[in-house]
Unconditional design. Structure first.
Length: 199
């Protein structure tokens, strides 16, 4: 994997690279992020609750995994399975996959390559340019904005977060541009994670 391939959005190379560095939290939030992009197309409310529980589990709520697995069983119902949008089933499977599952199940190459590229960029940024993040940039305002977006899953205030970070002394163009440029943002967004100090 090269930086040129990453910046060009070559999905297969990006997935291969991300597989080698992603934490299980990032893998799960990547899959949940895709489900969030297709929220209204999920054919059963139990699948929506499944995604919510996987997000909670990714952030350390251990009891949520058992609930999620129970809800996931709804994909065995033929009417639900047949109503899933094309390509969504492997993503749902990856959301609940464990370290013991095959890499193809826990981190598949999606049929929707543009969405996967957009979400990989949101979660991993540019891995060839690690971003030093000063603790001084974690002002009360920046943390409050990031927390509110993380909890609500509404990332419309990203440009305001950029202003707050800049007011705190942040001059990193990668951070500021990621907040201000159009694009997809989900839980696991690398900038929001840095502000909230999520490892």
């Amino acid at each position: 994997m090269t930086e040129v391939e990453w910046l060009a959005g070559q999905s297969k190379a990006m997935v291969t690279y991300a597989r080698s560095v992603a934490t299980m939290r990032q893998r799960r939030l990547l899959a949940c992020g895709y489900c969030r992009l297709h929220w209204d197309a999920l054919p059963d409310d139990r699948l929506k609750r499944f995604v919510v529980h996987i997000e909670k589990y990714a952030d350390g709520a251990g009891s949520s995994l058992v609930r999620a697995y129970t809800l996931y069983d709804v994909v065995k119902v033929p009417a639900v399975r047949n109503a899933l949008p094309p390509g969504l089933l492997p993503v749902l499977k990856s959301a609940q996959a464990s370290n013991g599952d095959s890499i193809d199940n826990s981190f598949p190459l999606w049929s929707d390559a543009p969405a996967q590229v957009a979400l990989l960029r949101d979660i991993f940024g540019n891995p060839f340019h690690p971003t030093p993040f000063s603790p001084e940039w974690r002002t009360a305002t920046a943390v409050a904005l990031a927390s509110q977006m993380y909890e609500s899953r509404d990332f419309g205030a990203m440009p305001i977060l950029a202003d707050a970070l800049q007011d705190a002394g942040c001059d990193n163009t990668d951070v500021l541009n990621h907040c201000r440029e159009p694009g997809v943002h989900v839980r696991g967004c690398w900038v929001v994670d840095l502000v909230l100090d999520k490892g």
